[in-house]
Design a protein around this ligand. Structure first.
Ligand SMILES: Nc1ncnc2c1ncn2[C@@H]1O[C@H](COP(=O)(O)OP(=O)(O)O)[C@@H](O)[C@H]1O
Ligand SMILES: [Mg+2]
Length: 257
């Protein structure tokens, strides 16, 4: 780690009506770090990721990305977001990969990957096509450039989704259970692409149920439960010697599966 702070999320609060989903979650992520977020369903993992890139608006706390403030909260509790163009510019530094791929069904693999750079960033087509091909090559899909998503396996779709996020040249990648919708035999190819990205020192937050991936690839593991970070630390410490009873119970439950 060279110490550059990529994400600083402090005391994030998020409610859906009366439901307190995030109860003051704080997380700082440094350049090149791979942070795995684990925890039971409904603990607020997805909501937390979605707050980071403004897919959800927070009700309290502050988020700073690479030194630029996306949102902050005054002492009186007033939440203030950066103005729209600044907020968009900040959020564009984060690529996100979802459980349900979300590819455009009417576009080919190559078209899916170049769509956002063309329309959002205004990059020229002849500039982005070689980049897209390189990224699709990295995830092992060069032979699928002209296929439509309906012709791909789940693992292939997810690898397209990863290439698509990378085509925007993000500084940070957020993964929300990228292998949870896949048949077990297809998770490996997606995890491999993510592992490769980690080896290239991409800064990543990965919400995952893949405990062995978290243990081997992450620099830090966060255990969330009921809207809070209950425990965090080095993967060997969290998996090998969890301190909190809730972490122990969750890990026992996962390994019994
Ligand atoms: N858009 C929403 N509207 C209302 N409740 C939501 C919404 N999104 C998530 N929730 C609720 O917030 C809680 C946390 O959800 P989520 O962040 O998806 O948890 P996780 O990703 O850890 O499974 C759950 O109780 C969920 O039902
Ligand atoms: Mg989730």
């Amino acid at each position: 780690m060279n110490g550059m702070k990529m994400i600083s999320a402090l005391n994030i609060e998020k409610n859906f009506d009366k439901l307190e989903v995030l109860k003051g979650v704080s997380l700082e992520v440094f350049k090149g770090e791979v942070v795995a977020v684990i925890g039971p369903s409904g603990s607020g993992k997805s909501t937390f990721l979605r707050c980071l890139n403004r897919l959800e608006m927070i009700d309290g706390g502050s988020i700073t990305i690479e030194g630029d403030e996306l949102v902050s909260t005054t002492a009186e509790g007033k939440v203030a977001y950066a103005e729209e163009s600044q907020a968009r510019m900040i959020c564009r530094r984060m690529g996100m990969v979802f459980q349900q791929f979300n590819l455009f069904p009417h576009l080919t693999v190559l078209e899916n990957v170049i769509e956002a750079p063309l329309t959002v960033k205004g990059v020229k087509k002849d500039e982005i096509i070689p980049v897209a091909k390189e990224l699709l090559g990295k995830v092992g899909l060069l032979d699928k450039l002209d296929c439509y998503p309906s012709r791909l396996s789940g693992g292939q779709k997810q690898r397209v989704a990863i290439a698509r996020a990378l085509a925007m040249n993000p500084d940070i990648m957020l993964f929300d259970e990228p292998t949870s919708a896949l048949d077990p035999e297809l998770t490996g190819e997606v995890l491999k692409a993510m592992r490769q990205l980690a080896e290239e020192h991409m800064t990543m937050i990965v919400v995952t149920h893949e405990m062995s991936f978290a243990r081997e690839v992450a620099n830090r593991v966060i255990f969330m439960d009921k809207g809070e970070i209950v425990e965090q630390g080095d993967p060997e410490a969290v998996f090998g010697d969890p301190k909190q009873q809730r972490t122990q119970a969750f890990l026992n439950h996962m390994s019994a599966k």
